[in-house]
Design a protein around this ligand. Sequence first.
Ligand code: R2B
Ligand code: URA
Length: 374
Amino acid sequence: MPLNGADAAIGKDPAENGNHASHQPNGKVYDVNYEEESHNDINAVRYPDGSVRLRNPNIELMDQDILYHLALGSGSHDLVEMFGDVKFVCLGGTPKRMEQFAYNIMAEIGYKLPCGTTLQDISHFSYRYSMYKVGPVLSISHGMGIPSVGILLHEVIKLMYHAKVQDPVFFRIGTCGGIGNEGGTVVISEEVVDGALRNVLELTVLGKTLQRPAKLDRRLARELKALADPEDPYDTVTGKTMCTYDFYEGQGRLDGAFCDFTEADKMEYLEKIHKSGVMNIEMESLAFAALTHHAGIKAAVICVTILDRLKSDQVLAPREVLDEWQQRPTKLVSKYIKRYLQMKGRLSLDGHGSIAVKSPRRFKLVQQESETYD
Ligand code: R2B
Ligand code: URA
């Protein structure tokens, strides 16, 4: 298949996009001025071979690092053997959807499981998140909201480091409420903002509130948009995504257990954010963009609207319709991954990916620890 303009750009690493955060870790907490410091200090987030470097000097001094919510550990598992070939990390809300995504991507890239085997939830013993691996693709559930995706991202970014993964690309695929976009529209985020239209993630650390810039890779967003099929019976658009800490009051819904504003207040707010370019509202993109940016990881957010918030608060579409809509972002991401692997000649895959135990004793302990506690 001939490559078009979008394909030509696929596969460049973040260094080429100037998409790095850039200060050396020093253990202190302070407000970071990214505009001043994003002068492409790639050394802060990458080793010379392109593998992920952590902005935390503590980790390499630890005897082992237990990735508690993933039920994995650097002492218990051979993470390089298990995950060293990863290129794409796809995150989405629910375990079922991410299991389904893993099967979809398997079909898309022609990955075959050895006879008699099935996909395994690698993080099963955490009972928190689910993780599936299909060749160079990880498919992981992130739960709902910023705290859930934030915890997951800390551990997945550390996993990238321990596994010596080179220049990974992260995607969040999910659902959202449209702002002036009817149900079934695919929105690729160019920017993310909070409920007050600020594009930073606020985090209180040691009693001080710091702000992390929430930035996505614009080029990746454009490449994804270019892959949308004009024949699709729905729109694929790019724009600003609002991320809130709540589904009800935080998104201006009148139908939560509490509501202290009127319908007119709600419409005034939604019209205001619509005018400022907000295309959709969801609940994870701010942390996703801020943490991937801080790690120098190229990332994109692709969501499907399940209603138009200018018309309703309740999700009224039937289950089968919602199921079909939710396939739409996954189709786009699968297409991107397939094109990338085709271009790199990586569609035939090697044997990475089965569970490889380094220390049976530590392996058992990690499983028990993740299993036992709430
Ligand atoms: C979209 O849908 C979920 C709320 O229903 C939330 O995780 C989100 O971002
Ligand atoms: N997810 C959200 O966060 N909001 C919606 O309105 C729909 C899905």
